[in-house]
Write a protein that binds this ligand. Structure first.
Ligand code: AMP
Ligand code: ZN
Length: 113
């Protein structure tokens, strides 16, 4: 989608602090980090949010979580981490392209605000 920020980041048209890339995914550091480690994982193809995922997206989602596990291991997130995807207005989604926040290297409160 031409006017989608994360599509433009995935296409390399908008710069990002890239952590990982393959044919399906891009991982890059969040511009406004909420933890010592805070990166985003996005599918390169445009998906509005987790609300429109279907069974057909299962391989992609498996790849997302396997990649997150690999990156967190490489980054030494031994104390654990949190994976969050915000959906819609009440979920606090500001960028309408599916993305997974990965937060680590501090103790994270629960429940969220
Ligand atoms: P959400 O509020 O769940 O939609 O998350 C969007 C996230 O994208 C926020 O944490 C922003 O800080 C982050 N963000 C917005 N623009 C950029 C950008 N150009 N590069 C990296 N992260 C960004
Ligand atoms: Zn997009």
């Amino acid at each position: 989608m031409a006017d989608c920020l994360f599509c433009n980041i995935a296409a390399g048209k908008v710069p990002s602090n890239k952590l990982y890339e393959d044919d399906q995914l891009l991982a890059f550091y969040d511009l406004n980090p909420q933890a010592p480690v805070h990166f985003l994982v996005i599918p390169k193809k445009h998906i509005d949010s987790a609300a429109v995922l279907t069974e057909e997206d299962a391989p992609l989602l498996g790849h997302v979580f396997a990649t997150i596990a690999k990156l967190c291991k490489e980054l030494g997130c031994d104390g654990g981490y949190r994976v969050v995807t915000n959906v819609g207005e009440d979920g606090g989604q500001s960028v309408k392209h599916l993305h997974f926040h990965v937060l680590a290297k501090r103790s994270l409160a629960w429940p969220p605000g």
